[in-house]
Design a protein around this ligand. Structure first.
Ligand code: ADP
Ligand code: MG
Length: 335
């Protein structure tokens, strides 16, 4: 694995969705201005600049993928752990942007379906000298406990609404983070991958009596792990005598909780700003991964040999201005 300049490792984008019908019906007006040709947004007297800003012009989802996410898929195949985090208040467009509700039938243009498609395209193109093992897991962090969204207790048990059993985060000797006993489903196509995504999303929605409050208070993490095994023909170019060379990496797609007061979000902000501070990092400053389950779980994917894109999702409605400013400030801190 090559090491990369750290300044490259965290990028922050903002996605401004259009006003939606319920907002129009209430007579809301658009209070967010995107500066033409600049990665800049303005709201009232506040001006914020990011790595990228996507406006409400419609074609943003393919642009976001091309500019922010495709480079991460490339890095994934080079052995980097990569992460896309969607952040923003409930209703700001996180699920829409991530494409978390993709069911495999039609391409909704979100990030996850495009990631799935690209991963299998790339793996197919490398089939000649590389074997792939691709697995997915899907978990949620709710009130500082980690739950497996792919663990199916069976429909009979589900009717009785059994208490979900939280899973433990472990760190291996080489510093990689694992979840004890989490379901890791092997997948051979993007359709198969989409099925697990859909199943997990459903389990998230039905796992609580109040699905709105649950999905706005929990973080959902869909993880695609790839293991690349170079077959001997290509391995012979290497100086090692190993017949196989295995490269493992993972891609976390994270739908963050939609409210502000949340331990994971505070800790994530602290971790990302510690990583982004060039000076502090050179001094080997402490990065507070252990302050939350979210940052603990992403520990081997934030900093070091990893790349992260945070996408702050915002509504342009004047009625949401206060929360929008909070989101923009949070995202600004991550830069
Ligand atoms: P969140 O996941 O942050 O709670 P959603 O993704 O569910 O928000 O979006 C809230 C509503 O806004 C949905 O009805 C969704 O279809 C709509 N929406 C979000 N982003 C866009 C967009 N870029 N273009 C059109 N509609 C959008
Ligand atoms: Mg959502």
């Amino acid at each position: 694995m090559a090491s990369q300049p750290q300044s490259d490792s965290v990028k922050v984008a903002v996605n401004v969705r259009p006003l939606i019908t319920p907002e129009l019906v209430l007579g809301c007006t658009d209070c967010v201005t995107v500066t033409p040709g600049e990665p800049q947004v303005q709201i009232g007297p506040h001006v914020f600049t990011y790595d990228h800003v996507y406006g409400s012009t419609g074609s943003s989802s393919s642009l976001i993928f091309e500019q922010c996410v495709y480079p991460l898929v490339d890095s994934l195949f080079c052995g980097y752990n990569t992460t896309v985090l969607a952040y923003g208040q409930t209703g700001s467009g996180k699920t829409y942007t991530m494409g978390t509700n993709y069911s495999g039938e039609s391409n909704c243009g979100g990030i996850i379906p495009q990631v799935m498609e690209t991963i299998f395209k790339k793996a197919d193109a490398m089939k000649g000298d590389t074997e792939f093992l691709i697995r997915v897991s899907f978990i949620e962090i709710f009130k500082e406990e980690v739950f497996d969204l792919l663990d199916d207790p069976g429909s009979v048990a589900k009717a009785a609404a059994p208490a979900r059993v939280p899973i433990q985060i472990r760190e291996t000797a080489n510093g990689s983070i694992t979840l004890a006993g989490v379901t890791e489903a092997e997948v051979k196509s993007k359709e198969e991958m989409a099925l697990h995504l859909a199943r997990g999303s459903l389990s998230r929605a039905t796992g609580s009596t109040n699905m709105n409050s649950q999905s706005s208070r929990s973080h959902a993490i869909f993880t695609i792990s790839i293991e690349q095994k170079r077959t001997s023909s290509s391995a012979s170019e290497k100086s090692t005598s190993n017949e196989y060379d295995i490269l493992s990496s993972k891609f976390h797609l994270v739908d963050l909780a939609g409210i502000h007061i949340n331990r994971g979000l505070l800790a994530l902000g602290n971790v990302i700003s510690a990583l982004g501070d060039e000076k502090k990092r050179k001094e080997g400053a402490f990065v507070p991964y252990r302050d939350s389950k979210l940052t603990r779980l992403l520990q081997d994917s934030l900093g070091g040999n990893s790349k992260t894109v945070m996408i702050a999702c915002i509504s342009p409605a004047d009625s949401n201005a206060e929360e929008t400013i909070n989101t923009l400030k949070y995202a600004n801190r991550a830069r």
